[in-house]
Every structure is written in C-alpha cells, then in structure tokens.
Design a protein around this ligand. Sequence first.
Ligand code: NI
Length: 170
Amino acid sequence: MAIRNILKDDDPTLRKNSREVTRFDARLHQLLDDMKETMEDADGAGLAAPQVGVLRRVAVVATQDGIAELINPEIIGTEGEQEGLEGCLSFPGLYGIVKRPAKVTVRALDRHGEEFTLTGEGIVARAFCHEIDHLDGIVFTERAERILTPEELEELIGSRDDEADGSDRT
Ligand code: NI
C-alpha cells in the first residue's frame, strides 16, 4: 500500500468527469487499498479517485462498519434533508454550509464486481453525496450556500473542539 498525493484546489482533474470501472483487477485493488490508506492518513471521512488523480468512478467512505469501497456508485434513494458543515481533503482549511439529504442509499459494485446497496445517515449520507459529486467533477464549494469566514471557522473550532479536527473532510 502507499499514500497517494491528494490534488488540491484548482487542479483541473478535480473538475473532470470520471469513467466507469470495467476491470476488477489487481490494479483496481491497489487503487482501493491506497485510497483507504491515504484517507486514513489524512484523517478524512471519504475520498474519491479523482482526488488522487485517477479519473475512475471509485470512492471510499468511512462508515460505522469500516471503510466502504464504492465502485460505479449511484444514489438510488434519499430521505429528508440536513444542512451542515462540509469540508474536503482537496480544500484544506475551507468549510462551507451544504444542504444534503439526511439519509442516502447507494447502489455500487464491490472490488470483485458484485453489486450491493448501502444506506447511510448523517455524515455518511453527506459523504456519499460528496464523493459521488467528485466523480462528476463537482466540488463542494459549488454546492455550498456559503463558505465560512476564517473568524467563523475559529469560533466553530473553539466551540466544538472534539469534532472540528478535520475528521469531517471528504
Ligand atoms: Ni472532497
């Protein structure tokens, strides 16, 4: 396994559409293993392949049951709405208020090409949406109602020191 470089800010790769995965081979498995290691090393809640420069529809998301590997994921159901703070490993120090569904069900393939569905709530639902956006070349700053000012961010970190350690960046 290896930690890969996470592309930042205005890197054009982050605005490109990713292609579907058709081969479930050792190269894909290596990518997934590297992405999980890279996400954990960066203390993130999710990571999409274009963030490490690979334009393929692959994402990893931290869930209560471990890190989910999502290949060619699609949102097949949503419920409710949540408005909250969102960040991204590709935008260090930037947080915005983003509206997402409260509950999201995705259909995806696993590393062997087997289909499964997975439902997440709260930050997991948010991460599903955020990572699938990455696969479509959409970054959270485009979805954000507004971006927090440095003063607001400082205030927030002061008031939620247990949560604002960057673990909600995807
Ligand atoms: Ni992100």
